[in-house]
Every structure is written in structure tokens, then in C-alpha cells.
Design a protein around this ligand. Structure first.
Ligand SMILES: [Zn+2]
Length: 414
């Protein structure tokens, strides 16, 4: 689930949205010469995805393809018979393996006989998604949800939801051309640097053109909502939130403040660094809610969902994402030494480590709190005899209190 975050208006780098409205279903908006913006409908609560076309010699490079359903094919057909009738797609660049981005890759590549460019991890992840509906995988997912305190009824619903993925992608092209972090590619007269980042997807591709201060951020930095950052059964110990925050930190240090950001959802905007700070703060707020809730009594992920998502009424589709997001936050907090895990009867419960006395009221207060004396390695609580990561590794780093010892940056994958 992508969720809404609050906006900030009083800053030197205030968020600005040059387009107040988005393109309609049969419209194309020119963002700047040689950059077109199209918006397709989606069959989820997040009801649209942005597609960009970049002038590429005689043709246009398409960035993302839309969902693999009949409605998206009909929408593209209307566009290719209308405002895009002169457009020949020279190549398709897919930012990541989620169905709203890779869904129609096969259909576009076949229609235009063009190459597909993706990062290796995202292409292979798409292959994995297309082949994941085996009984073994369903069992692994069932055990994962049980371990996080979900009952049978909810687990059945969540497992049913997961199978939807297969219905929303056309057959993936059987080959692709790899693009990797740090590559420089030419698209028409522009040079783009390929930047990849984890968290929302494993190795999501973003494109940055320094000459035009143009940044295609995919789903890593969205204009008004926070991209989903989840952990799933395939890698239950993944620190996806740590990877996401490391990617945001890298973007904010390497990109200038005055780029125009073209996101995968929402509207183009200025104010990249302000938006990145909002997104990082949003996750920190969630971590603080979790820390508060786990101070007295250890909690399961299931029990923490309403604590973190108290503003939301969740349907089954969103509950699946909420559960995945919750696990991403507890995994991050385990790595940072802010929580410990206890396993009783196959169910994990989380407890806040040290600084148990004073409740937190704001991030400012937490930063101002005096240095904690409990900086020695975190000891096993007598009530938590099995404090360990659920793959048996030791998740206690002994780095002391998270309030007085700020989290170390999580190393990026090479
Ligand atoms: Zn998306």
C-alpha cells in the first residue's frame, strides 16, 4: 500500500507542482521538449500510474508500460490511434517488477518490436513473480504470516490476494538488455545516469539527466504518497526499510535540489529534498509508534498493524501491504537494535529495547533526550529467552539506545 504523507509548505525548497491537473485518459502532456507524460488507470485503490516518453531519435523511449489488463490495452490503443499516432516506441525501459509498471511489457515489445531495458534483479524478479504460484511457496507464505500473528482466516485472504499478480501482467519478453546502477545511457540527445535503489523494489531503476535537471524517480520518491516498503515470505529477514532509507539518503546527497521530479504515481514536482525528508520522517514516525506500543508488552506484527495504520480502514488488498510494511519496520528496528524479537509457540513478538521509562512525544524531544547509560550490549530479558532473528542469526547489535545513538546508514548493495 502506498500511503499519504503530510506536506510541508514553508521551506526554501518548498514542494511545487507545476501541473495542477494530470492528463486525462486520451491526453498527453508535454513536460518539456521531448518529454511526454501519459497517465493510465489502475484497478487498485491507487488508481493510476504515470508513463513517460522520452524523445529518442526517430522514436520515443517509453518508461514503464502499465498494468497487464484489457483496460490498459484499450487505453494504449486509444492513445496510439489518437494523440500518439505518430509515436514509434524505440525501446521500453521498465523501472521495476511490479504489475503496474512491467505489466504490459510483453504487449508493448511485441507491438513495436523494440528492446526491453531493465535492471537484472528486476527482470529476474519479474520472472520469479510469473512462476511463483507453487504450493511450496504458498506454504512458505502461510508460515510467514502465522509467525507474525495472523490467524488462518486472514492468512487465507492474504494468500488469495497474492495470486492476483499473475492476472495483471502480459507474458514477459523472453530476453532483455541490462541497465545497471552507474551506467550512462543516451536517449536521443540527452544523457541519463542510471540510479538504482532498494526498498520499494529490490533494484528499482531511476533516470537522471543532469543537463536538463530531469529526474525520473519511478516509485522511489512519489509526490504525495509514501511508496510501499515491505518484507515478504521469500526473504523474511530482509531490511527493506533500511535499504529504502539508504537510497533516499544517497539521492538527497547526489542530486541537486532544483530538479524536476517525474514520479511513477502522482504529479511532477519540485522540492526533491523536502519530499525525501518527509518520507524519511514518515517512516521514523511509524518506528516511534511501534517503539511506544512495544514498551510494556511485546506485540506481534498483526497487533501492531492498527497501531501504525490507525488512520486507515484496510481492505484485504491493503491489509496484505500493511502486514508487509509492518514487518519491514520491525525488521529495520531489529537491525538498528531498537527492538528485540521473542518467539513463543512459533509466533514472533517484539519488545522495545532500553530507555523504557520515558514515553516519546516528538522526534525533537527524542533527539534532545540525554545520552542513555544503557549503551552496553542489549541483554536478553528474562522474559524473552529466545531473543534471536528467525533465521537463527543474532539481531542484537549491542549499539545501545536508538534515541541516543542514531542509526548507522545501512550499506547499499553494490
Ligand atoms: Zn507503482
Amino acid at each position: 500500500m502506498h500511503s499519504r504523507t503530510d506536506s510541508v509548505h514553508s521551506s526554501a525548497e518548498a514542494l511545487k507542482y507545476p501541473w495542477e491537473t494530470h492528463p486525462g485518459p486520451d491526453q498527453v502532456v508535454e513536460v518539456m521538449p521531448g518529454v511526454l507524460w501519459v497517465r493510465l488507470k489502475l484497478p487498485f485503490r491507487l488508481d493510476h500510474v504515470n508513463i513517460y516518453l522520452l524523445a529518442d531519435g526517430d522514436g520515443w523511449a517509453m518508461v514503464d508500460s502499465g498494468c497487464g489488463n484489457e483496460e490498459s490495452i484499450a487505453a494504449w490503443t486509444t492513445l496510439f490511434e489518437g494523440p500518439l499516432s505518430d509515436v514509434k516506441v524505440s525501446r521500453l525501459i521498465v523501472t521495476h517488477s511490479h504489475p503496474d509498471h512491467v505489466g504490459l511489457a510483453g504487449w508493448i515489445v511485441e507491438r513495436f518490436n523494440c528492446p526491453l531495458q531493465m535492471s537484472q534483479v528486476e527482470y529476474l524478479q519479474s520472472v520469479y513473480h510469473q512462476n511463483r504460484g507453487t504450493e511450496e511457496r504458498r506454504n512458505a507464505q502461510r508460515l510467514f504470516f502465522r509467525r507474525h500473528g495472523m490467524d488462518e482466516n486472514l492468512t487465507d485472504k492474504l494468500l488469495g490476494r497474492g495470486q492476483d499478480y499473475l492476472k495483471r501482467v502480459s507474458v514477459l519478453p523472453p530476453s532483455y538488455c541490462r541497465i545497471s546502477h552507474g551506467d550512462e545511457i543516451s536517449i536521443g540527445t540527452r544523457r541519463f545516469k542510471i540510479i538504482t535503489g532498494g526498498g520499494h523494489a529490490l533494484d528499482q531503476v531511476m533516470l537522471y539527466c543532469a543537463a536538463d535537471k530531469l529526474f525520473l524517480s519511478a516509485d522511489q520518491v512519489l509526490s504525495k504518497i509514501s511508496p510501499n516498503v515491505s518484507v515478504w515470505a521469500v526473504e523474511p529477514d530482509q531490511n527493506s526499510l533500511g535499504e529504502y532509507l539508504a537510497s533516499l539518503a544517497s539521492l538527497t546527497t547526489t542530486l541537486p535540489y532544483d530538479v524536476i521530479v517525474l514520479p511513477g504515481h502522482g504529479v511532477p514536482f519540485y522540492g526533491l529534498k523536502t519530499r525525501i525528508k518527509q518520507l524519511a520522517d514518515h517512516h521514523e514516525d511509524r518506528c516511534r509508534l511501534i517503539a511506544e506500543a512495544c514498551r510494556e508488552v511485546p506485540q506481534t506484527s498483526k497487533e501492531l498493524v492498527p497501531v501504525v495504520f490507525h488512520k486507515h480502514v484496510l481492505d484485504e488488498h491493503q491489509m496484505g501491504f500493511a502486514a508487509g510494511e509492518l514487518v519491514a519496520h520491525v525488521n529495520y528496528m531489529l537491525v538498528e537494535g531498537r527492538l528485540t524479537a521473542e518467539e513463543v509457540d512459533g509466533v514472533l513478538r517484539f519488545r522495545t529495547t532500553c530507555c523504557l521509562a520515558a514515553p516519546l512525544t516528538s522526534s525533537a524531544q527524542s533527539r534532545a533526550s540525554p545520552r542513555c547509560s544503557r549503551t552496553a550490549p542489549i541483554r536478553r530479558s528474562p522474559r524473552s529467552p529466545r531473543t534471536k532473528s528467525w533465521n537463527g542469526g543474532d539481531i542484537r547489535r549491542g549499539r545501545g539506545c536508538w534515541r541516543c545513538a542514531p542509526p548507522a546508514p545501512v550499506p547499499r548493495r553494490p
